[in-house]
Design a binder for this molecule. Sequence first.
Ligand code: ADP
Ligand code: ZN
Ligand code: ZN
Length: 680
Amino acid sequence: EIVSTAGCKPQHVKSLVDRGFAQYTSSDEQLLEKADIDLNHAIAALQKSDKYLAIWEYLRKEEGSALASDLRSSIGCTRKHLSVLEQADIIAIHNVEVWRDPLAGKEFITEQPPKLTDDQAVCWERISLSLSDSEGERKFLLHGVTGSGKTEIYLRAIDQAVKNNKQAIVLVPEIALTPQTVRRFAARFPDRVAILHSRLSAGERFDTWRRARQGDFDVVIGPRSALFAPLERLGVIVIDEEHDEAYKQDPPVRPPYYHAREAAIKLVELCNAVLIMGSATPDVVTYHRAQRGEFGLLELPKRIMGHREWVRREAKRLRIDTSRYQDWDKDTPDALAAEMPPVQMVDMRHELRVGNMSIFSRLLRSELSRVLDSNQQAILFLNRRGTSTYVFCRDCGYVLRCPHCDMPLTYHRPNALLVCHHCGETERQPEKCPVCSSRRVKYFGLGTEGVEQTVINDFPQARILRWDRDTTGKSSAHEEFLLKFVNGEADILIGTQMVAKGLDLPLVTLVGVISADVSLGLPDYRTGERTFQVLAQVAGRAGRGLLGGRAIFQTFNPEHYAVRNASEHDYGGFYAEEMAYRMNLMYPPYRRLARLEYQDPDKHQGRVAGIDLAHSLQRTIDDMMLTSTEIIGPNQPFFHRIGGRYRWQIVIRSPEPTRLLQEVAIPRGWRVDIEPMSLL
Ligand code: ADP
Ligand code: ZN
Ligand code: ZN
């Protein structure tokens, strides 16, 4: 009957029976329909199109739109399935910007904000008071070691501002490098956050700007330019990692040149908003200003391991003992305290003396093996500035040393000079080895690639990730790198300054600093500070998880105050020594600097122009009797040639350089940089 009325073939009937959509009664060949079969699914299965149906239903459930990646992972369809549907005009595929978070799900987020620790409560009391009292303190420096709970304070401040119908701006040094921080803000204020990351197209940027002006957002997060988001009810500005040099807009970026911190200070004054600047390693000038009372100084000296509940779960998952994570105290039920990771210094001069010519000390090498054996992770950090190390003869092993202090000389790329990090002596690279006359006298070329090569040789089993501007290129690649490392697809992360930024990587139990002092030889008054900051920050990456951790600083200058204090996590100790040095040489904060720079393809043009300008500056100083104002130069800075143009500079050192600059007509061709980030 069925075959004749439906005009089908007996195989069709057989198919239905084979798939269990119908069945025969036992005796005669009578066909029975099965009651519980969904017709749509049955037909889809018979036509081998069940994936298409599943896609369709998934989209229905998601109210018409979904991410292709979600579709693929939850119903196991392929890109092909999607394009078939697209060609049949059943679905449309668009590209959308997605804020992908490599760390989604890795962080413990409680519904209620955690109860504050005692230290946090002290800070919070002052900030919350100022938020509710328009006459109160307006600017704060929140100095707290890495992992001390600063972000929690920012979140509360914003929360309170939003409840008072105000808006907030959060500045981070670089969005792509701080996904964890960004995500915490986005999670606490869902739907009302705009993230100004660098991958926004011009159109999306404009759209965000327009929506900000319309009042669609409570919180805008972004790099320095986010400061200019048009918010009408600005209540709070947070500057995370306030010491970061990325906050200064310098050439080659187009003008205006500004420091986001100074601009933010002015902006909160104009809007009567509250400013919170946070850092584990504040700029010494900022800290000095706070100590003198210009900013409220708030301190968080202890590291928080994390929320008690999170620690319990993690410990269970990793099967480890938690007795080392002490209770903070009885009044703070949520947080468990942790120690800062111990830092061991290795004197590389000693390694050389015992014949170890490798870039790895014996200690670092053995710690790396331990990490690899126990399936943990390590970060190897290389200072980007002055990528260099000692120079030796590949044939006889003779190491070139400074004639004055017997320290190994190091090679500096910009001028191909050998520099003594101890006394500053510079020499040309010799053509021949002074001992055996071999021509194979080479500097040990040390970039991240060199480190990678050494790891490959020494630990062939290690899975390596090299993270620097060369390997990532476009900014979106940063997140992919992070994700790989977080997912345990690599054992060792090798990188430059980027790895020192705000990463929180729980499986990292070792941070190895290949050479702690490569930047110390650079003739700039801020090299000590810069070295301290990057070392303290990178050491702070170790021991963020329950497995604990440690850092190793390899150095030729173990006695240098920047290296020593960083190894002890001692900001106060560093600050005292740095300030003594600044006082001695009358550098900021005791004087302010302005740099006038001239660039020209002709070698002498800048000097000629500089002599003229220096004269007229000096004449004005004399006329105005600016007795504490000095002119240094014209001279050639350390990087004396950039892109084929010779650089000359004049530095003004004065309590208030603008007083002088306002009186002197600065000729064309000079670029004025107030409070330059460096004099290099
Ligand atoms: P920072 O910003 O100084 O690096 P965080 O705010 O990220 O520090 O805090 C470090 C860790 O401790 C985070 O995992 C955070 O969730 C957690 N934490 C911060 N404050 C508390 C608290 N009061 N109770 C419980 N956990 C906390
Ligand atoms: Zn030799
Ligand atoms: Zn020397």
